[in-house]
Design a protein around this ligand. Structure first.
Ligand code: BG6
Length: 474
């Protein structure tokens, strides 16, 4: 393992900060999402409806507790913390030209606190929290004008924090929006709810194009602000396995992987893959893509690939195979993999899939890879101030083991590993508090009750030891 390996944790502003309407912050798209559960989708409401519960409004209160939280991260020995900047804290509506100084000041203090412990901030620009006003007035990323608003936000924060932040990520899990049948993804990626009369795929490609251009522009302009910036993309990395050796299954799995890698292909290679140009031609899509856009795409290729890894998928064309009852992904070909177990939320636990995928990306792109999320969502039990979480340790241990094999035996250049939800966040897909990920337990429940008090789980000292030995205990 390299000596400068970036061990740490990951969070996102809207899932932890709270203070949703304080110090000038505007409403974000996460602020109109209610709490749900595994079997009950989160609702996306038209504005804030009295009587509904919106868990992101208070998050886990990190806006006020951050000094205490960072101290605990430092105690674990974090080398870095991945977080995001809430766009609507800086530009409350998104389309104004004046920034909100109080918002910028919060992140100044936050980053200074991290740096005082030698913890590097790794910053995502867009992590499911664009200003709600941009949806209401412009239709979200359906609209080309979003590029201009996003650029303004990105330049403002990159200028402001150019001496504090070196590692940037543009759009979190940009490929999630390919899942067009579950509104949570088009909403959180792009502020879009599809209408019945539109071709969802065409709209999705258009919004994606505007984001890809914005991302490339940020890479290009970021280097002018600070040539040392390292700017990456974020891929939700989910390998697709064929259930059987039936060539149809194998082809299907390959197609699923290729769809997923559409975004990374553009981020890394700087142009649209032929297979998609052909698809657009075949379907007679009239996408708004200019020559200037294509030039920007080619000039703004990323320095590294950020991946989030939780699970693998298995697919089959067979109608006999046991279908996965997964409302989240809405893919009719998904089937149960008899070789892996799943979490309580139905996510297949597959550490070897991480090594497999790291190799796939390495073979395809040969760029440094940063594992910016990996973690275990679990309903931890609170036992008189103690939280025993051996299941989490086992999950992480096995994934780190496979990452090490990819680095040491396969020659993949992995530069860092940040555990998702290092302090229990609000779950993105379900809005629950019960689906916990942290080394630090937060006293808060699914209906918003609790003191926000923090407690160390058993995994806290385990991860501390992992970092101290640079992973050699695994
Ligand atoms: C990733 C997101 O999809 O997975 C995070 O980047 C999210 O925001 C994480 O929290 C885990 O998902 P969930 O639904 O368990 O919180």
């Amino acid at each position: 393992m390299r000596d400068d390996f970036l061990w740490g944790g990951a969070i996102a502003a809207h899932q932890v900060e709270g203070a949703w309407n304080e110090d000038g912050k505007g409403t974000s798209i996460a602020d109109v999402m209610t709490a749900g559960s595994k079997d009950k989708p989160r609702k996306i409401t038209d504005g804030i409806i009295p009587g509904e519960y919106y868990p992101n409004h208070e998050g886990i209160g990190l806006y006020r507790h951050y000094k205490e939280d960072i101290k605990l991260f430092a105690e674990m020995g974090f080398k870095c913390l991945r977080t995001s900047i809430a766009w609507s804290r800086i530009f409350p509506n998104g389309d104004e030209t004046d920034y909100n100084e109080e918002g910028l000041k919060f992140y100044d203090d936050f980053f200074d606190e991290l740096l005082s412990y030698d913890i590097l901030p790794i910053v995502t620009l867009a992590h499911f929290e664009m200003p709600y006003h941009l949806v209401k007035k412009y239709g979200g990323w359906r609209n080309r004008r979003l590029i201009e608003f996003f650029k303004q936000f990105a330049v403002t924060v990159m200028e402001r924090y150019k001496d504090k932040v070196n590692y940037w990520l543009t759009f979190n899990e940009i490929n999630n929006q390919r899942i067009i049948d579950n509104p949570i993804y088009s909403w959180t990626n792009s502020g879009i709810i599809y209408t019945d009369s539109e071709d969802k795929l065409e709209t999705m490609y258009q919004a994606s194009h505007y984001q890809l251009v914005s991302s490339a522009w940020v890479v290009k302009e970021g280097k002018k602000i600070n040539p040392n910036f390292q700017i990456g993309c974020v891929l939700a990395a989910t390998p697709n396995y064929p259930l059987t050796s039936d060539p149809e299954d194998i082809l299907l799995a390959q197609k699923e992987d290729d769809q997923q890698l559409f975004y990374t292909d553009v981020h890394v290679r700087g142009h649209y893959p032929r297979r998609f140009l052909k698809e657009w031609e075949r379907k007679e899509y009239k996408l708004d893509i200019t020559e200037e856009d294509l030039k920007i795409l080619s000039e703004g290729t990323v320095d590294y690939i950020g991946i989030t890894y939780y699970l693998s998928n298995t697919v089959s064309v067979s109608t006999e195979a046991k279908r996965l009852n997964d409302q989240l992904l809405g893919n009719e070909h998904l089937v149960e993999n008899p070789h892996v177990k799943a979490t309580e939320w139905g996510w297949a636990i597959d550490p070897i899939g991480l090594r497999y995928y790291l190799n796939m990306l390495n073979n395809r792109y040969e760029l440094p890879i940063f594992i910016v999320e990996n973690g275990f969502g679990y309903a931890d039990q609170f036992d008189n101030g103690r939280i025993h979480d051996p299941e989490r340790v086992e999950y992480l241990q096995k994934h780190i083991e496979q990452m090490k094999k990819a680095i040491v035996s396969d020659g993949v250049d992995v530069i860092g590993y940040t555990v998702w939800g290092c302090i229990d966040p609000i779950s993105f897909t379900t809005g629950e508090m019960k689906k916990r990920y942290g080394f630090i337990y937060v006293d808060r429940d699914n209906v918003g009750k609790g003191t926000f008090k923090r407690y160390k789980k058993d995994s806290f000292s385990w991860y501390q030891h992992v970092i101290k030995t640079n992973g050699s205990i695994i």
